[in-house]
Design a protein around this ligand. Structure first.
Ligand code: LAN
Length: 728
């Protein structure tokens, strides 16, 4: 049993030090709050049986039977749904791992360590297993995300995490990782966030961290660079970071962190001029190099502002105000926080401000596990506290589109899903909405759950569409009354940018020039909200559907809003017919949305040159096996990158795009459907292929349920359009 600083608390007999017993893991889904539990005693195991979904997530045999072989697309969709239905969770939602980013666990583990929070041995073991499973076999490093090339950020952070969890420096896997890290230049060449976390840990020092002055939060609202104008993820990360930076809070040096200094650096710590490495970054990490303007600003802040000009009283006021905002964020999200980066950081702020016995700090410790997920490879940290609402919405619409909603067999399942969505609609505005710069949210849906409570334009749209679809189908209860449907519309109508497009959480609040101040280096397009074809389409189609059901409500505004959306969609199409996707990889994903918007405006292959151009772009890229496959390099570069293998998910997106376009020729679509069907397993399952999602241009993220959702939808819609003849 190790103690204190990040001490791993050892349990009894069920762990053999290398792995835990997979038969003892259970996922609890309490109204959309998902947590994993490791059962220590036989009695607990007896009382809480493992579900099929648990077994599926853990990569164990689900025991689900082989189904009658599918000959037609609808039979394949039905088999797929048969399998997928077993993954529905008790509150009615679907869930899954939401991994991909490789910089999240380190923030959590460092926070646990520096706050001397005991880490259950089951967690420590499975986190180590996950990190080892995701280590690149060739060079022993880690990248920004699971499929990315090794970088300083990935390698230094995950190496450190393994060491904090007790991995031995002489473990050959760590020796190899160290060699790669050294080749890349060591910890001093890491990006801002790596330098920040290592300074918190006490391995580095805040002299090497580019400044994050909390005074920025005191700027009046009219100032063009005031933080309230930034993209919400950036400002909510910058908030606790600036508090910690201002305090220059570091964990006291101990044997382990002293040792880490020698492991992570290529020269003795004492001989390094930390300040000279503030802007030193390895090319492998430098996706968005800092502008000269930002470097000058940093120089002025470090050399003039902080030492000579910054009055202590101002620093104090800034710290007090950031602390107030941190508390507001905690309370408004019931400690879930916006995401997996500010979650641990806010936790640390509470610890610094109020100490280890602080009720806030304790509440954070209880809530942080909602970010964790267990799978066959081990334990990882999700990109959000789950995908509950989002995946459930897409699942419902796929099942509906395929024509299964009226089938009595699936009614109970869809009714459960509707109950879940009803339960997860946000009821009220948050406390001090305007003081903490929150967007209107009453009536909205978020991406994960109501507790987290952030409206997202497309999540609200998809939620609303599901409610409208199911509640207008005979045999489904009317759970969401009209006034709540109207509230959702009211939220959506706040979401449009002047361009006509819609962004993610809020309309754009600042100039795109703010990107000059992007200090994170590893991500692109993060400083403000942007227009997204995906979000814009979701909002337009939701408004469109709403108007069919409620032609009287805010009629003129909705009509004008939709018209501006469509204009934006038209303008955002490139000359080659494509749209760039920001949340899925990449052009294939965005094509599905672009075409859907145009269809909503009455444009199709027969009457629109745009649609024909869009179809041509896709058809030119169909692979010889009938599928489509695009790599994440498309997202990084903005140019279509062919994947060596076709991907079922991207193939399904393209099928949906072409069907929305009313592309008349059956042949390419039939070949695509045949490919999707040929990849289906005998029990109806589709296996995981390449990663599906992306954010901030450079970081990929997994959407494992997409291989069920979009295949079912594509096959179902194909059958509707072209008939359900045998394809295999
Ligand atoms: C998400 C996940 C969902 C996604 C969609 C709904 C798909 C999109 O259409 C709108 C944007 C949104 C809500 C989105 C924004 C950025 C998130 C939250 C993520 C990609 C999941 C993880 C990511 C978050 C920023 C990760 C933490 C990293 C930082 C750089 C703070």
């Amino acid at each position: 049993v190790k103690s204190a600083n990040g001490g791993v608390t050892k349990s009894k007999s069920t762990i053999d030090n290398e792995r835990t017993d997979p038969l003892r893991w259970r996922m609890l889904d309490d109204r959309g709050c998902q947590t994993w539990h490791y059962l220590e005693t036989e009695e607990e195991v007896r009382k809480w049986p493992q579900s099929t979904a648990d077994r599926y997530f853990l990569g164990l045999d689900t025991g689900l039977p082989d189904l009658p072989p599918a000959k037609t697309p609808l039979q394949a969709a039905s088999n797929g749904l048969e399998y997928f239905s077993h993954l529905q969770l008790p509150p009615g939602n679907w869930g899954c791992e939401y991994g991909g980013p490789m910089f999240l666990l380190p923030g959590l583990v460092i926070t646990w360590y520096v706050t001397e929070t005991p880490i259950p041995e089951s967690h420590a073991i499975e986190i180590k297993n996950y990190l080892f499973a995701r280590q690149h076999p060739e060079d022993g490093g880690w990248g920004l995300h699971i499929e990315g090339d090794s970088s300083v950020f990935g390698t230094v952070m995950n190496y450190t995490t393994l060491r904090l969890l007790g991995a031995d420096a002489e473990d050959p896997r760590l020796v190899k990782a160290r060699e790669t890290l050294w080749k890349l230049g060591g910890a001093v060449r890491g990006p801002h966030w790596a330098k920040f976390w290592l300074s918190v840990l006490g391995v580095l020092d805040f002299d090497i961290v580019n400044p994050v002055p909390p005074e920025l939060w005191l700027l009046p609202d009219w100032v063009p660079i005031a933080p309230w104008r930034w993209w919400i993820h950036m400002r909510q990360v910058m908030l606790p970071m600036s508090y910690i930076y201002s305090k220059r809070w570091s964990y006291p040096l101990n044997d382990l962190t002293r040792q880490l200094r020698s492991e992570l650096l290529t020269q003795p710590y004492e001989t390094i001029n930390l300040d000279s490495h503030r802007n030193d970054i390895s090319p492998a990490d430098d996706y968005h190099p800092k502008t000269w303007l930002l470097r000058v600003l940093f120089w002025l802040i470090v050399n003039i502002w902080m030492p000579f000009l910054r009055p202590a009283s101002l620093a104090k006021r800034a710290e007090e105000w950031t602390w107030w905002l941190i508390c507001a964020e905690d309370e408004n999200t019931q400690f879930s926080n916006l995401g997996p980066v500010n979650g641990p950081m806010n936790t640390l702020c509470c610890y610094i401000h109020e100490g280890p016995d602080s009720p806030r700090f304790r509440q954070h410790l209880k809530t942080l596990p909602e970010f964790l997920w267990v799978k066959d490879e081990g334990m990882l940290m999700n990109g959000t506290n789950g995908v509950q609402v989002w995946d459930t919405c897409f699942a419902v619409q796929a099942i509906y589109t395929a024509g299964f909603a009226t089938d009595t067999k699936w009614k109970p399942m869809l009714t459960k899903a509707l109950e879940f969505l009803e339960d997860q609609q946000i009821e009220a505005e948050c406390r001090d909405q305007h003081a903490c710069y929150r967007q209107q949210r009453k009536g909205a849906w978020g991406f994960s759950n109501k507790k987290q409570g952030y409206t997202v334009s497309d999540c609200t749209s998809e939620g609303l569409k599901c409610v409208l679809l199911l509640q207008s189908t005979p045999g489904y209860p009317r759970l969401v009354p009209d006034h709540r449907i109207f509230s959702a519309i009211d939220v959506l109508l706040t979401m449009q940018n002047p361009s006509g497009g819609c962004a993610s959480y809020e309309p754009q609040r600042g100039s795109e020039y703010l990107e000059y101040l992007n200090a994170a280096e590893v991500f692109g397009r993060i400083m403000v909200e942007y227009d997204y074809p995906e979000c814009t389409t979701a909002v337009t189609t939701a408004l469109h559907m709403f108007q069919k059901h409620y032609p009287e409500y805010r009629t003129k505004e909705i009509r004008e809003f939709k018209a501006r959306c469509i204009e934006y969609i038209r303008k955002s199409q490139s000359a080659d017919g494509s749209w760039y996707g920001s949340w899925g990889i990449c052009f294939t994903y965005a094509a599905m949305f672009g075409m859907e918007s145009l269809a909503c405006a009455g444009e199709n292959y027969a009457n629109s040159e745009r649609v024909r151009r869009g179809c041509k772009f896709l058809l030119d890229r169909q692979m010889p096996d009938g599928g489509w496959g695009e790599t994440y390099r498309s997202c990084e570069t903005g140019v279509y990158h062919q994947h060596p293998q076709s991907q079922v998910v991207q193939t399904a997106w393209v099928v949906l795009a072409l069907l929305e376009a009313q592309f008349p020729d059956r042949e390419p679509l039939e070949r695509a459907c045949r490919l999707i069907m040929s990849r289906q397993q005998k029990n109806g399952e589709w296996k995981q292929e390449a990663i599906e999602g992306v954010f901030n241009k450079s970081c990929m993220i997994s959407y494992p349920n997409y291989k069920f959702i979009f295949t079912i939808k594509a096959l179902g819609l194909f059958a509707k359009r072209f008939g359900d003849g045998a394809l295999l």
